[in-house]
Design a binder for this molecule. Structure first.
Ligand SMILES: C[S@@+](CC[C@H](N)C(=O)[O-])C[C@H]1O[C@@H](n2cnc3c(N)ncnc32)[C@H](O)[C@@H]1O
Length: 362
């Protein structure tokens, strides 16, 4: 019997060399190859000149990028973007978002490199980030998430419509976005309520990005940006500072916090609601018992261990429900909690839940 060759088709070897895929794609971003190729196919020499790289080395990189499906090399030594690449980078906004996301991945690689000691100690040790650098860590991520979450935000808003007043009866209603990032989850509301207003809470540099964002540009005069550390007690969440809201939304925020941080933030958000208002939580959930957890969730859970000093990891449906029941139910004497069914979100490991004060009958 002939022993099977130890080739790259061996799953273990494929996994061990999987980093080469990440590296070649990151290098393509960093050298500006995607940007150059989206405009037009180019001879390799011409591309090398444009991005100022040595042509033979560039060809070796392009060979692997072709294997991953990003470029096509013609026999006449011309290189073009594949359909997939052209689609991914079809607008300057998409190019900027993916570039930011790639930068974020480069930033977090060092933290994953420290995973052995992080797992031994239970907290990030080889991390690229200190506690004070949390702000810097989010700026590239948020810009990347904008592309990824924009279609999901539309789907979420549609699912929320039954919980919102109509814009004819309540045209000026107010929405509070906690840890708003790119503001992605608020954009469908700003579109659908032409007189509605949104308050964004986030770190100063993140809100400076929101201020400059093309996606938010049409809504500038209806946005209020409050730069803060929202965990700090110095931020007073009172109507004098932040108007009461019909919707308080928190997208991918609880996962970043400690248990105490989650409890405090939930309480503050709850007190900020109008009588008929709803709290909307979007979270990457994971459930250790399920075998069908999307890869995005299990990666996110370990990623939080690698990079976040505070977080206890992703929540599960059960733990988020229990947290809301104990924190919000205790304040209000009962809550109504409804999980939204949105397939597009589920596929990305995201879940949405709407919580309101329960109405006592009789
Ligand atoms: C994972 S991002 C999610 C952003 C956005 N909601 C989304 O889903 O795309 C978490 C956001 O919370 C913000 N954030 C986390 N901790 C914060 C704090 N203590 N004070 C202010 N903002 C904070 C981060 O800056 C970041 O924009």
């Amino acid at each position: 019997m002939i022993a099977p060759p130890a080739s790259a088709n061996t799953p273990l070897l494929e996994d061990l060399w999987a980093f080469t895929k990440t590296e070649t794609v990151l290098v393509a971003f960093e050298l500006g190859l995607f940007k150059a190729l989206i405009a037009t196919p180019l001879p390799i020499e011409g591309l090398a000149n444009q991005v100022q790289i040595e042509p033979v080395a560039l060809t070796r990189l392009l060979n692997l990028l072709q294997t991953w499906g990003y470029v096509t090399l013609q026999a006449n030594q011309t290189v073009s973007a594949t359909q997939q690449t052209t689609h991914l980078f079809s607008s300057p906004e998409k190019q900027a978002s993916w570039h930011a996301y790639a930068t974020y991945i480069r930033q977090v690689q060092a933290a994953w490199g420290g995973l052995p000691s992080t797992i031994q100690q239970g907290t990030p040790t080889g991390s690229a980030f200190s506690l004070n650098e949390a702000e810097a860590r989010f700026s590239n991520l948020n810009e990347g998430l904008l592309q990824l979450h924009a279609p999901l935000a539309d789907a979420l808003f549609t699912a929320l419509l039954p919980y919102l007043p109509s814009h004819e009866t309540n045209p000026t209603c107010h929405w509070l976005d906690v840890g708003a990032g790119s503001g992605v989850w608020s954009i469908p509301f700003l579109k659908a309520f032409p007189q509605g207003t949104v308050t964004f809470l986030d770190y100063p540099s993140i809100l400076a990005q929101a201020e400059a964002s093309t996606a938010l540009a049409p809504f500038k005069n209806r946005m209020r940006l409050i730069a803060c550390d929202f965990e700090s007690t110095s931020v007073e969440w009172q109507p004098e500072t932040i108007a009461d809201a019909t919707v308080v939304i928190m997208g991918n925020v609880l996962r970043e916090l400690s248990h105490e941080g989650r409890v405090n933030l939930l309480k503050k958000a709850w007190h900020q609601l109008t009588e008929a208002g709803v709290l909307v939580i979007v979270e990457t959930l994971t459930d250790a018992k399920s075998t069908t957890v999307p890869l995005a969730s299990t990666v996110a859970d370990l990623h939080l261990l690698a990079t976040s000093f505070n977080s206890t990891g992703c929540l599960t449906k059960a733990s988020l429900t229990a947290l809301c029941q104990s924190v919000l139910g205790a304040t209000s004497g009962g809550i109504d909690l409804t999980w939204l069914t949105i397939d597009a979100m589920k596929q990305q490991g995201l879940a949405g839940v709407v919580i309101k004060k329960s109405i006592e009958l009789g």
